[in-house]
Design a protein around this ligand. Structure first.
Ligand SMILES: Cc1cc2nc3c(=O)[nH]c(=O)nc-3n(C[C@H](O)[C@H](O)[C@H](O)COP(=O)(O)OP(=O)(O)OC[C@H]3O[C@@H](n4cnc5c(N)ncnc54)[C@H](O)[C@@H]3O)c2cc1C
Length: 491
């Protein structure tokens, strides 16, 4: 009997989609097509946009993973083009820059003895009388650091990022993102050199002090990955948003399509990294109202980077600065030249990325580029990070659905959706918005790697929902650990 070559459709050419594309190309024996909605860039949220020789990320993208498989993948794609860069970041609070991770002596000096003493007392109080079963971000962080440090170093920035009070943010989020970090470990880290700590135990996620970074930003990784996948026979189509899908129960195959047309032929597998809300909305088969409602209930936070180019005044050399100041809207400032000197075409110039967190369609999102540049410039002057009249050129990037929101309902919604999609074979959810996971590239890539292993094996050996935030595969599953609820294995 003639063995049919399996057809695989990949929705999205971000880290998840391109990792799957490249690995399927390497495995051979599959007909692989990638559909990317963007007309120009691959890399998704990890793309690098460019303008007149300046390169800038959507945020700043560190390449760091606990997974050797992911690290090896990056090396295989970029080799020597991947630089080793020092990490340097600060927190702007009360008109001062505090090194982040905190340096004990400096923090004490800059906070002042009285405030520092009150922080220690508040920390001791939280250790002696912790909030039992912390349910939200504020309670979780206050338990770890004390309420006072929470208000100084966490509250303002976090509320800017999510646009909701910290009491409405799930404790899971804090547990995942600030995992392993407590005041004692932060102080230990401040007092003792980092190298000693590596030998002592697991590296604390938010304290890592160097990372790899492509010469020309993360987009270089994904442009190169695309080229290598194409050399292996994968077809990558740009400007191809997939908006509808239909599952043929009898053939166990999928049809996928654009606005008014279907892509020719059927696919045995669809690897999807498009936002879960959109995916469910695009499925033309009957789905229960509960599943449709759950998908509609998934929330996202959107993101604008206002890029300013100016003569370098060397006000700061950090890679990025968190802005803990409620008087300005900017949440974080990136200094792209510190990420890689190749990101700026002239060494006399600086290029800053001012990050604004917003909702698609709100006042900030709908502001004209000129208004956003004016806002960014005046806020940088207010913060004392640049002088007025220095900005020579600018650029604005809008990123919809930059963050899947972990509100109190999201886990229930995900469970409902997973159950609803279970009857559809061959649909594989991967990646950040594809699984509604607030992740880094390595998690997205690991889900793609396991998707490929499943396809090559011809059976769903790995449950992609069991990849944890550190891109590690855990048989017992992270949600079971975090929330005490296990979620049925799914698509
Ligand atoms: C501010 C910020 C900073 C970050 N910093 C880091 C960091 O330091 N290190 C790190 O590793 N990660 C970082 N990340 C996370 C990283 O950006 C993501 O984990 C990663 O890009 C997710 O990859 P993905 O392929 O799952 O999804 P995406 O990057 O979202 O890619 C999905 C792709 O699918 C395409 N697409 C969507 N819908 C459709 C459709 N219907 N049809 C066709 N195509 C579609 C999109 O255009 C996109 O290209 C950061 C993210 C943000 C927002």
């Amino acid at each position: 009997m003639n063995k049919q070559v399996k057809r695989v459709a990949i929705i999205g050419a971000g880290p998840a989609g391109l990792t799957a594309a490249y690995l399927l190309g390497k495995a051979g024996g599959f007909n692989v097509q990638v559909f990317e909605k963007d007309a120009q860039y691959v890399g998704g949220i990890s793309r690098t946009e460019h303008y007149k020789g300046y390169y800038f990320d959507i945020g700043g993208h560190r390449f760091f993973s606990k997974s050797q498989e992911v690290e090896d993948f990056w090396t295989e794609i970029l080799g020597d083009e991947l630089l080793e860069r020092p990490r340097s970041s600060s927190i702007y609070y009360n008109h001062k820059l505090f090194s982040y991770p905190l340096v004990a002596g400096e923090a004490l000096r800059k906070l002042g003895l009285l405030e520092a003493g009150l922080c220690v007392l508040s920390y001791l109080q939280s250790r002696m009388f912790p909030i039992k079963n912390p349910a939200n971000f504020e309670e979780w962080v206050s338990n770890q650091f004390g309420g006072r440090l929470f208000r100084i170093f966490f509250k303002t920035y976090t509320e800017k990022v999510w646009g909701i009070p910290c009491t409405q943010i799930s404790a899971d989020w804090a547990a995942q993102r600030i995992k392993g970090l407590s005041l004692s470990s932060a102080i230990w880290n401040a007092v003792f050199p980092r190298r000693k700590q590596h030998k002592q135990g697991p590296i604390i996620k938010t304290l890592i002090d160097s990372f790899r970074y492509p010469k020309f930003g993360p987009g270089q990784m994904w442009e190169t990955c695309k080229a290598k996948a194409e050399a292996l026979g994968v077809v990558v189509g740009m400007n191809q948003p997939i908006t509808q899908l239909f599952y043929h129960q009898d053939k166990h195959q999928w049809q996928i399509g654009h606005q008014n047309s279907w892509v020719e032929g059927e696919f045995d597998y669809v690897i999807c990294s498009a936002p879960l809300r959109q995916l469910v909305g695009g499925i033309k088969n009957p789905l229960s109202l509960a599943v449709r409602d759950a998908a509609q209930g998934l929330a996202y936070r959107d993101f604008i980077t206002v890029v300013l180019m100016l003569k370098d005044q060397h006000r700061f050399n950090e890679n990025w600065i968190y802005i803990h100041d409620p008087n300005v809207k900017v949440g974080r400032v990136q200094n792209f030249k510190s990420w890689s000197p190749y990101m700026v075409p002239d060494k006399e110039m600086a290029c800053y990325g001012l990050e604004y967190f917003c909702f698609e369609g709100d006042g900030l999102w709908n502001s004209s580029d000129a208004d956003l540049v004016a806002l960014g410039t005046s806020e940088m002057v207010t913060l004392g990070l640049i002088d007025g009249g220095m900005v020579l050129d600018s650029y604005v990037v809008r990123q919809p659905k930059a963050y899947p929101v972990y509100n109190q309902e999201y886990q229930t919604h995900i469970e409902t959706i997973k159950r609803g999609l279970q009857p559809f074979e061959g649909l594989i959810l991967t990646g950040r918005n594809g699984m509604h996971k607030y992740n880094n590239q390595d998690h997205s890539m690991m889900t793609a790697m396991l998707a490929v292993k499943n396809i090559v094996a011809g059976e769903m050996k790995y449950d992609l929902w069991k990849v944890n935030q550190d891109a590690e595969y855990h048989e017992d599953g992270e949600l079971a650990n975090a929330g005490g609820r296990s979620i049925p294995t799914s698509v």
